[in-house]
Design a protein around this ligand. Structure first.
Ligand code: MG
Length: 240
């Protein structure tokens, strides 16, 4: 018996509209004012120069007690680290910091501070303007893990800007990373870390550890080095 020859309908020819999506439309975010460098409309403002109410002291759990003057907060080394009361998963963080003009000291003992992502992983802050240190400990390093791709420091007395994009990790049941945390760090418009996987906790001595955790705060470091304390301003975060 002869096989019947079947004719199938030809697929419709592709038209431009077939690969264009119209819904849902991305939400409208009003960007910050370029002149005043204000936060975008959907950002959580963590510090706008008026008060430290978004922060608490890591040491006491009470009010954050760093110095507040002229819209700027300055580390008080006698008071220890501060962290946000609110906890976050993945985010985009904007934070500005300034090393005082009269800074002294060298290597890690010169304007040392840091931003801890989810309270766990330190992006180093240090005065690296004409100040050599180990490369995986310089400004914009994932401390002791990943050397920054460039040194984009402004000189002491000038404001530096960090824009940090952070993806929180996903854990296996046994506490190992199924997806490690990743981070992009832009310093004064220059990419220092490009979607780099974080290997674990920030350790001064020894290797990173993987510790299961959930949402966490933004923590700012009050480093014990004897150099003059650095300042912060204009801190905001957008949840991702
Ligand atoms: Mg530090």
């Amino acid at each position: 018996s002869a096989q019947e020859k079947k004719e199938y309908p030809k697929p419709e020819a592709m038209r431009p509209a077939m690969t264009e999506f119209w819904t849902p439309q991305p939400k409208v975010v009003t960007p910050g004012d370029i002149k005043t460098n204000s936060a975008p409309s959907d950002a959580i403002v963590l510090f706008d120069g008026t008060n430290l109410s978004a922060w608490k002291s890591c040491k006491t759990g009470g009010d954050a007690d760093w110095k507040l003057q002229n819209g700027v907060m300055t580390v008080d080394k006698s008071k220890g680290d501060i962290e946000t009361k609110q906890h976050f998963g993945s985010f985009q963080l904007h934070i500005e910091w300034c090393v005082p003009e009269n800074i002294t000291g060298k290597s890690q003992a010169r304007g040392n501070s840091g931003v801890f992502l989810q309270g766990m992983y330190e992006i180093q802050i240090l005065d690296c303007y004409n100040n050599k240190t180990y490369t995986n400990g310089q400004t914009g390093s994932i401390y002791k893990q990943s050397t920054p791709k460039a040194n984009a420091m402004r000189k002491p007395g000038e404001w530096n800007v960090y824009d940090i994009i952070y993806n929180a990790p996903v854990f296996n049941e046994d506490g190992s990373y199924r997806v490690p945390p990743t981070v992009t760090v832009i310093h004064n418009g220059v990419v220092l870390q490009n979607n780099v996987a974080i290997r674990g906790t920030t350790e001064y001595i020894g290797h990173p550890k993987v510790e299961k955790h959930g949402a966490g705060p933004i923590k700012l470091q009050s480093h014990g080095d004897p150099s003059e304390p650095i300042s912060f301003r204009n801190i905001w975060l957008r949840k991702l």
